[in-house]
Design a binder for this molecule. Structure first.
Ligand code: IYR
Length: 227
């Protein structure tokens, strides 16, 4: 049971949690590593439906992320409607076509070759749900009054990480898709001016035949420096 008190007039609750002996901690951290290492970004989705309750739980798990001054500067738009998914696909492909043909540099296109991506985005219609994360640059009151949010990019990036982990934990797969520029998403969904699209994440089961690039992750020595 938690206890409460006021600090300088503000409510605090006592916090404690289960801790583990060192062996258990090593085992648990290794298990988590193995589990996370089975997550892959997927582009081949099945159309098999997912219960809405799963999507709701995934979103609430993402929304537990820490954020600047606890402003929780994110809105998740959840799209299941086939007509809306089609509209989003058409608009995304229009932008992506221009990107792949004119806007991306030679180096960028070469870097993407191992992933074999292109402007064609069938997964935007096939995946049963599209999750679109909007960052809330500031808060907007109905009377037009604005309030600051803080570290919005960092906060929503952490929430996206939580989201991908929750999707993986549910046994589903996702793609962190970044059609660029992404302004069409706010237009199609009628989002207010304080919200900017951050990521478009199709979620679903992997297709029966699902291929992902044969990638290697960097080693500890490559990503960590101990002082
Ligand atoms: N947004 C484009 C291109 C793209 C860019 C990067 I960096 C990727 O890692 C993958 C794709 C697309 O979604 O195809």
């Amino acid at each position: 049971m938690s206890t409460r008190k006021l600090i300088e007039g503000y409510p605090f609750v006592s916090y404690s949690r289960e801790t583990f002996d060192q062996n258990t901690m090593v085992r648990r951290s290794a298990e988590m590593l193995q589990w996370m290492d089975t997550r892959r970004t997927v582009r081949d989705f099945s159309g098999k439906p997912i219960p809405r309750e799963v999507i709701e739980n995934i979103i609430l798990a993402a929304s537990t992320a820490p954020s600047g001054a606890h402003k929780q500067p994110w809105t998740f738009c959840l799209i299941e409607n086939p007509a809306l998914k089609k509209e989003i696909r058409m608009a995304a492909e229009q932008e992506e076509y221009k990107s792949y043909h004119n806007r991306m540099s030679e180096e960028w296109l070469k870097d993407l070759q191992p992933l074999q991506t292109n402007w064609d985005k069938p997964f935007l219609e096939i995946a049963p749900w599209l999750i679109i994360m909007f960052k809330r640059i500031y808060e907007l009151e109905p009377d037009g009054h604005k309030h600051n949010n803080y570290y919005v990019q960092e906060s929503i990036g952490i929430a996206a990480g939580f989201l991908l982990s929750a999707i993986h934990h549910a046994g589903l797969v996702a793609l962190t898709h970044t059609p660029s520029p992404m302004n069409f998403l706010g237009d199609i969904l009628g989002r207010p001016e304080n919200e900017k699209a951050f990521l478009l994440i199709p979620v679903g089961y992997p297709a029966q035949e699902c291929w992902v690039p044969d990638l290697e992750r960097k080693s500890l020595e490559e990503v960590a420096v101990f002082y």
